[in-house]
Design a binder for this molecule. Structure first.
Ligand code: GTQ
Length: 365
C-alpha cells in the first residue's frame, strides 16, 4: 500500500496530493501548476511524502512459485523455442505486485533457465552480473571468461559483470537453474552494455577447476592482483556449503532469527561474493522456528531441501524442495521447518550497505 494511499483516494482529481498540502487551497493553485508544467516545473509539495516515505513502501508483494506447478511451463517452453533462438530460455518470476516489469523485487530479477541435453545458450557479455542457483540436473556447464564449471543442484555459480559466458548441457536430462540478475540496478543508472559473441561458445583458455584451485581453499596466489569486486571463486559447490552448515549446527546453538545462516564471501576481501547481490545459505533444523525478522532488503528464497512454512506479513506459505518465494522490504517474516530445511537466499543488501541505507529490525527483541 502507498503510504499516502488513503489521501490519493480522497483527493480524486487531485491525485498526488499528500497530507501536508491544504486540499481546500489546491483548486486556486491549479492554474499555477498548469503554467509551471509548460516549463518542465512541478511543485514538490504535492508529491513530497510519496517520494520521501516514512518507511519502506514496497510495491513488491510476498509470493511463492511452487516448482511442481511451474516445471511443466518450462518443459512446454522447450517445445516452443530452442535455447539458441531464445538466447536465454528463461521464464521470468514476476512479482505479482510488479506485473510486466521482469522483477521479483523492485531491484532484482529472477528467472528459471532451462537447457536441454545437447543445447548451448550462446556466448554473450553484459554489464549486469548474474548468479545461478542450480535447481535440477547435472552434467551441464557454464563457461565464464574462458573457464568451464560443471554444475549440480545446490551449486551457487557466478557470472561477473562484462565476462563472456555461455551455458551447455552435456548430460541426458534437462538442467534448470534460478538466474538472479542486477540489471534493474544497472538500468536505474543507465549503465548497461551488452555484446553477443560471434560464435556459439567463447574459447576456453583455462582448465576446469582453475578458479577453485586459485581461490577456493582459503589460499590465494601470492602477489596476484584483483581488479574486480566479484569473488574469483565462480562455483561454490553445494556439497561443501552443506558440510559447513552441518558442522556449524553440531556445536553452535541456532540463532533466534536466522537459525544457521552463512553468507557467501569473496576470499580476497572477506566481503560479499558479488558487488550487487548478497547471497546466503540457511539451515533451519527440523522443528525449529525462527523469530520474526525484517530488513530493508527484499529477499528471494530458493528451497533446496526440507519442508516448512513461512509467514510473511499476513500471508503464510508452505514450501518444499525447489520452491521459490520472496519477502518484500520491511515486511516481517518467520520460518518454521518441519524437516531439516536448507534455503538459498539473495538480496540487494550489499548495495544498500555500500550506500548506508540498510536497516534491520527484530520485532520483540
Ligand atoms: O544467462 O546470461 O535470466 O543474460 C537473463 C539475462 C540469464 C544469462 C537471464 C541473461 C542471462
Amino acid at each position: 500500500m502507498k503510504p499516502d494511499g488513503g489521501v490519493h483516494d480522497q483527493a480524486g482529481a487531485l491525485a498526488g496530493i499528500v497530507p501536508s498540502v491544504n486540499l481546500a487551497a489546491e483548486p486556486g493553485r491549479m492554474d499555477f501548476y498548469e503554467r509551471a508544467s509548460r516549463h518542465n516545473l512541478a511543485p514538490l509539495w504535492r508529491v513530497l511524502h510519496g517520494l520521501v516515505t516514512d518507511q519502506p513502501a514496497p510495491r513488491c508483494v510476498a509470493a511463492m512459485w511452487r516448482y511442481e506447478e511451474i516445471r511443466p511451463y518450462l518443459m512446454e517452453a522447450c517445445r516452443l523455442i530452442s535455447a539458441e533462438e531464445a538466447e536465454r530460455r528463461v521464464l521470468v518470476l514476476e512479482n505479482p505486485g510488479l506485473p510486466g516489469e521482469s522483477r521479483i523485487t523492485q531491484s532484482l530479477f529472477a528467472g528459471l533457465q532451462i537447457i536441454l541435453p545437447g543445447e548451448i545458450a550462446p556466448a554473450h557479455k553484459h554489464t549486469a552480473s548474474a548468479l545461478r542457483f542450480i535447481v535440477e540436473g547435472r552434467n551441464a556447464y557454464t563457461a565464464v571468461a574462458g573457464e568451464r564449471t560443471m554444475m549440480e543442484a545446490g551449486d551457487f555459480v557466478i557470472t561477473p559483470s562484462m565476462t563472456w559466458h555461455d551455458h551447455g548441457n552435456e548430460g541426458d536430462a534437462p538442467m534448470v537453474w534460478l538466474d538472479g540478475l542486477d540489471m534493474h540496478i544497472v538500468n536505474l543508472m543507465c549503465a548497461s552494455f551488452r555484446e553477443g559473441y560471434p560464435g556459439k561458445s567463447h574459447p576456453l583458455d583455462r582448465p576446469e577447476g582453475a578458479a577453485a584451485a586459485e581461490a577456493g581453499h582459503n589460499l590465494l596466489p601470492v602477489d596476484q592482483e584483483y581488479g574486480s569486486q566479484t569473488t574469483p571463486i565462480f562455483n561454490y559447490p553445494y556439497r561443501r556449503t552443506r558440510e559447513a552448515l552441518d558442522a556449524l549446527a553440531r556445536f553452535r546453538p541456532a540463532d533466534a532469527w536466522h537459525a544457521y545462516k552463512m553468507k557467501y564471501i569473496n576470499p580476497v576481501n572477506g566481503g560479499w561474493a558479488m558487488p550487487t547481490m548478497s547471497t546466503w545459505m540457511q539451515l533451519i533444523p527440523a522443528g525449529y522456528a525462527t523469530a520474526p525478522y525484517r530488513s530493508t532488503d527484499s529477499a528471494v528464497f530458493a528451497v533446496v531441501e526440507g519442508r516448512g512454512s513461512s509467514r510473511i506479513g499476513a500471508q503464510s506459505f508452505d514450501w518444499g524442495p525447489r520452491d521459490i518465494f520472496v519477502a518484500p522490504s520491511w515486511v516481517a517474516h518467520e520460518h518454521a521447518a518441519a524437516s531439516d530445511a536448507v534455503i538459498f537466499i539473495y538480496s540487494d543488501r550489499v548495495v544498500q550497505e555500500k550506500l548506508d541505507f540498510w536497516r534491520e529490525d527484530k520485532p520483540g527483541a
